[in-house]
Design a protein around this ligand. Structure first.
Ligand SMILES: CC(C)(COP(=O)(O)OP(=O)(O)OC[C@H]1O[C@@H](n2cnc3c(N)ncnc32)[C@H](O)[C@@H]1OP(=O)(O)O)[C@@H](O)C(=O)NCCC(=O)NCCS
Length: 123
């Protein structure tokens, strides 16, 4: 049977901005893929877009089943890729992909200057 699930997460942009200011490249590389870093750094205010992707990873963890971080899943195993239209697509790698099995993983992002939110559905 395909695993099904839903997850949502809300992130304060200031929290991510602080991580970026304090831990810069180390935080980026541990948490985000090179494609995510390239996109976020190309934006006028990268912290907003990093926050949305951070929320997407947390929301995906909820959809896939909590405790994921203790089961060999890395932050970079959950990646937000952009289509040409700007629509985000969730691509799973490694242990995250194994957890999802044959299920499709859908994501939607939204953000203001202060808050970023993601919803993920595993169907
Ligand atoms: C796609 C769209 C809905 C985004 O809305 P928005 O309020 O500007 O943006 P939000 O802050 O809510 O969300 C931004 C996120 O939307 C996502 N997004 C962008 N284009 C998208 C698309 N074509 N489909 C789905 N999601 C999209 C992205 O993930 C983006 O975040 P990112 O840049 O960090 O990847 C908007 O740009 C758009 O095309 N609106 C059309 C609205 C319209 O036609 N209204 C008519 C009735 S009033």
């Amino acid at each position: 049977m395909k695993p099904a699930g839903i997850g949502i997460d809300l992130v304060e942009v200031s929290r991510i901005r602080e991580m970026l200011d304090k831990h810069g490249p180390r935080f980026k590389e541990r948490t985000f893929t090179s494609g995510e870093i390239t996109y976020c750094d190309s934006c006028a205010d990268p912290a907003i877009h990093y926050a949305a992707r951070f929320a997407a990873k947390e929301a995906a963890a909820k959809a896939l089943g909590t405790g994921l971080w203790n089961e060999g899943v890395n932050w970079t195993d959950i990646e937000v890729v952009r289509e040409d239209s700007g629509r985000p697509v969730l691509v799973l790698h490694g242990a995250a992909k194994q957890h999802a099995g044959e299920s499709a993983c859908l994501v939607s992002l939204t953000h203001t200057r202060d808050l970023a939110m993601a919803q993920v559905m595993l169907a």
